[in-house]
Write a protein that binds this ligand. Structure first.
Ligand code: ZN
Length: 202
């Protein structure tokens, strides 16, 4: 899986121009059909593009930064739930406000809570890389709130450092950095997508 921008026309152009680097770090991806149809609420119905690496021959699905791996809602909606949870709201209230099933929202919050410490670590490290002079992140009162705080601080630093992320939301950047695995069982820490600036640039 390779994270790409949300502009399908631009993604197609970059794929055809050989601008998408394979996660192997050696080859470039060339067009290789489409993955099966996906429905993502808040994003739409689409068939993600697939690319194949000329070097390692592995095929990768190109996933837009507006999505997360195996989640049927836009990262924007999931992020809104995480922000509300960080502010102390319960899952029932969040579900009602976002018009999503209670069980779905509870699933997001649990998955995020399980790895919140790792997420905090990843984004705190990213903040340090983007802005070595950034001060420490103030404790926000809970593990989840600390993680959301770290994401916000890293995104703000990315905006200062690389103007390119202007059109990309905080949660989309979060998706790009974690390779879409923000809520995945394997956790986000082992899957940091080092080419994330490319994903948010296009
Ligand atoms: Zn490759």
């Amino acid at each position: 899986m390779v994270m790409v921008g949300t502009d399908l026309v631009e993604v197609e152009r970059r794929l055809r121009a050989g601008e998408l680097v394979c996660p192997c770090g050696v080859g470039r991806l060339a067009p290789w059909g489409h993955a099966r149809r996906r429905v993502v609420r808040g994003v739409g119905v689409f068939r993600p593009r697939r690319g194949r690496c000329g070097a390692c021959q592995v095929t990768h699905v190109l996933v837009a930064v507006s999505c997360l791996l195996r989640r049927a809602d836009a990262v924007e909606v999931i992020g809104a739930a995480l922000t509300a949870k960080a502010a102390g709201q319960g899952h029932r209230r969040i579900a009602a406000r976002l018009d999503r099933p209670v069980s779905t929202v509870r699933g997001w919050l649990r998955a995020f809570g399980r790895d919140a410490e790792a997420v905090r670590g990843v984004f705190t490290a990213l903040l340090g890389e983007l802005d070595p002079l950034a001060g420490p992140i103030r404790p926000a009162g809970s593990v989840v709130a600390d993680a959301v705080e770290a994401i916000g601080a890293a995104v703000a630093a990315a905006r200062r450092r690389l103007g390119v992320v202007g059109a990309v939301s905080a949660w989309q950047l979060c998706s790009a950095v974690t390779g879409g695995r923000l809520l995945s069982p394997a956790g986000p820490a082992g899957s940091i997508n080092t080419s994330w600036p490319l994903a948010v640039a296009g």
